[in-house]
Ligand binder design. Structure first.
Ligand code: C2E
Ligand code: MG
Ligand code: MG
Length: 717
């Protein structure tokens, strides 16, 4: 609809006289009053009057024209509609007002031809009005139709745009995407997915998702997928490997989501596939670095432990496992003397030889660190198989290794453990392999040792004993028994040997062979020996008080370590002083090896002790490597002949003539050197009798008395 203003109305100038102008003005005012409330028009009242003034002029001009035409009235009808005077009352009131007032206002109501002109004008105005109104309605309908069409086009365009956008996103996305139906048949794939997998869309569309399984897929992948197919899961995300058409592997992050229809039933699956191959390869490389030894490239401790614990997790009943724990012998010497560089190269050579000699299924050769290597045998077939491997390893190391002009020979010690997985743990296995390696070293190196539970039990007991010994000493769990040394001639008790025992709270009474050696190893023998010495001297003091001159000397065993203890002389001196014990009532027993093999210092100590008046005896004489000629330079007073020679001292028929000869020779020799002789282990009267005949001074043994408490022994004094 076009806009309309009063300037557009052509002004009628002819035939308008003064009284006519006044009449027109009056009519325009009445007309405005009559129709202003009938329609909504966007004009003020003044504007309405102004508008109608123009229309009145047109009507009056046509009314008074010489040649009467109704077209102006037709035009006025049109213009009323154009000015939005379209209310239902408007036309009525206008037509009525024209008939009633127009001629009157003009002062011409008496002229009949004007009356008939009014009627014609009324008709033309009505026709123009009606025509215009109809056109306007049609226009409006058309506008609405167009608006509707417009709007529809708009919505369609928007839909098309959003579809296009989605299609572009799908097609152009850097991430691979695919859509499949509920059976997994692939319906759509985008370019990225085609590129990633190396298959064209046409080929992928003929496939089912399940055909993209990979042997390396975790079971969970396809478990999740089945759940998704059954609508039990809406999406899942996994790392999964695909094989490209060219055979290369692609590692992906795969997310599959379920799209449901309006009823909630599974309708489609949408897969998003992100290529993470680079990241995966990097991770693999980092993982490789983390799990391998950079020097030898062998698997490292971490990888070994991982494989070991997997072997335990995955093993079924009856599965066996084997472990060779290997340590090079004397590697430190090579490292220290030839330098770390050569040491490193040696390790590399050893690693290569190991790897070559035991390579095979289910076997892992790893470097545990330093010069320690381990071979894990999964699914071992028994101890023999692992012994074979250990032999092969030792063999492979026999040939010299050439490095930088050095010809190095290496050997290794190997601890072997082989057993069923059931009933053991990886920690047990490692601990036992470690123990066994130690045995192989202790047994002489360059060899293997097989784990032996009994040996282990013994060692564990030994270890327990040695660990608890210091506390036992403080808790007074030790005590001393005494055994007399008896003069063969008249059975007089010359001395008593102090023999230590351990009343163990758990193991009961322990003889010294169970713990003396241990105490020597740990060094506890020094305080323990000092304790025995003090106990024995204390006892001797009591006997001295009770028996006076008849009191025998106490003979106390001195371990090798004690004899080398710089504090020995002072200890003895202060203990003797503590009990005011005359030194000749104390005898110290040392083994041959303790005396013979020593440097000057301990000998000096013995000389000092001897100088103080303390007796020195050589214990178990004849069992060691004695340099008899050397004896005369030693500060010794007595030889104790080892009990093992007493076989030869039995009754003539059961005697060993060689033993008998040795004993009589020893006795003569000792006497030649001015020493007294005591025979140990005298069990029978005939032994005692023969010893007496040979000239042996004293005897010690069950024949006279078993070692016992002081009050049992003193009855013999
Ligand atoms: P030893 O010094 O040669 O002590 C003699 C061992 O022979 C004692 O064994 C004694 O019980 C045993 N014996 C005595 N008479 C007979 C016999 O007629 N037949 C047989 N078959 N054996 C007899 P025990 O008490 O078991 O002591 C073993 C070793 O332990 C001692 O051998 C000694 O070397 C060591 N020992 C004992 N007490 C001490 C100690 O206080 N300090 C140190 N360093 N060593 C000690
Ligand atoms: Mg002894
Ligand atoms: Mg002895």
């Amino acid at each position: 609809m076009t806009g309309w203003t009063r300037q557009d109305i052509p002004r009628a100038r002819s035939a308008v006289t003064e009284p006519v102008a006044a009449g027109m003005e009056a009519f325009a005012q009445s007309w405005a009053s009559a129709i202003i409330g009938t329609s909504y028009v966007p004009m003020t009242k003044a504007e309405v009057v102004d508008h109608l003034r123009g229309l009145t002029e047109l009507l009056v001009e046509a009314l008074l024209a010489d040649t009467f035409r109704t077209s102006a009235a037709h035009e006025v009808g049109i213009r009323l509609v154009e000015a939005h005077f379209t209310g239902t009352e408007t036309l009525d009131r206008t037509v009525q007002l024209m008939g009633d007032d127009l001629l009157t206002e003009l002062g011409r109501d008496t002229e009949p031809h004007l009356r008939s002109r009014i009627a014609a004008l009324q008709g033309a105005l009505s026709a123009g009005y009606a025509q215009s109104l109809r056109e306007r309605t049609l226009d409006e309908q058309e506008a609405i139709r167009e608006a509707v069409l417009d709007a529809r086009d708009h919505a369609e365009a928007a839909l098309r745009a959003s579809e296009a956008r989605f299609r572009a996103v799908f097609a152009e996305a850097a991430i691979g995407m695919g859509i499949s139906d509920t059976d997994g048949n692939i319906l759509e794939v985008n370019q990225s997915l085609q590129d990633m997998l190396g298959y064209p869309a046409s080929e992928l569309r003929q496939r089912n998702l399940r055909s993209l399984m990979h042997p390396a897929d975790a079971e969970s992948v396809w478990g999740f997928y089945e759940q998704l197919l059954h609508g039990e899961r809406d999406h899942f995300r996994v790392e999964k490997r695909f094989n490209r058409r060219d055979g290369e592997a692609v590692w992906t992050h795969l997310t599959i989501s379920l799209v449901r229809d309006d009823d909630g039933q599974p309708a489609y699956q949408v897969a998003m596939v992100e290529d993470v191959t680079d990241r995966h390869l990097l991770q693999n490389r980092l993982r490789y670095q983390a799990l391998h030894d950079p020097l030898t490239t062998l698997p490292n401790r971490a990888l070994f432990l991982e494989r070991l614990s997997k072997a335990f997790d995955g093993g079924s009943a009856g599965t066996r496992i084997g472990l060779c724990y290997l340590d090079l012998d004397g590697f430190k010497v090579i490292n220290d003397s030839l330098g770390h560089d050569i040491g490193d190269q040696l390790l590399v050579s050893v690693a290569n030889r190991l790897d070559e000699s035991v390579a095979g299924d289910g076997r892992l050769v790893a470097r545990m660190g330093g010069d320690e290597f381990v071979i894990l045998i999964e699914g071992s077939t028994g101890t023999q198989s692992i012994v074979d491997i250990a032999d092969r390893v030792l063999d492979s190391l026999t040939g010299p290794i050439r490095i930088d002009g050095h010809e190095l020979s290496v050997s290794a010690s190997i601890g072997l453990v082989e057993r069923e997985i059931n009933g053991t743990t990886s920690a047990d296995l490692m601990r036992d392999a470690d123990i066994t390696l130690y045995w192989a070293k202790a047994d002489g190196k360059g060899r293997w040792a097989m784990y032996d539970p009994e040996r282990n039990a013994r060692e564990v007991a030994r270890f327990t004993l040695s660990a608890t010994m210091p506390a036992a000493l403080e808790r007074d769990e030790f005590y001393v028994d005494y055994q007399p040394l008896v003069r063969l001639e008249d059975s007089k008790v010359l001395g008593v040997e102090a023999l230590v025992r351990w009343q163990h709270p758990e193991f009961g009474r322990l003889a010294p062979d169970r713990f003396i050696e241990l105490a020597e190893e740990t060094g506890l023998i020094v305080p323990l020996g000092r304790w025995v010495l003090r106990k024995a001297c204390q006892q001797a003091r009591r006997w001295l008080d009770a028996f006076g001159d008849a009191t025998p000397f106490v003979s106390v065993n001195l371990a090798v370590r004690q004899s080398r203890d710089p504090a020995l002389v002072n200890d003895v001196k202060s203990i003797l002083e503590e009990f005011a014990l005359p030194p000749h009532l104390l005898q110290l027993e040392l083994t041959e090896s303790a005396i013979m093999g020593t440097a000057d210092e301990p000998l000096e100590a013995l000389r000092q002790l001897s100088g103080m008046g303390v007796r020195i005896a050589i214990d178990d004489f004849g069992t060691g490597y004695s340099n008899l000629a050397y004896l005369k330079h030693l500060p010794v007073h007595e030889l104790k002949i080892a009990g093992s020679f007493m076989e030869g001292m039995r009754a003539a028929d059961g005697a060993d003539p060689v033993d008998a000869k040795i004993v009589s020779t020893l006795v003569s020799l000792a006497h030649a050197l001015g020493l007294t002789v005591t025979a140990e282990g005298v069990e029978t009267p005939s032994q005692a009798e023969r010893l007496r005949k040979i000239g042996c001074d004293a005897g010690q043994g069950w024949l006279f008395a078993r070692p016992g408490r002081p009050d049992q022994i003193e009855t013999l004094f």
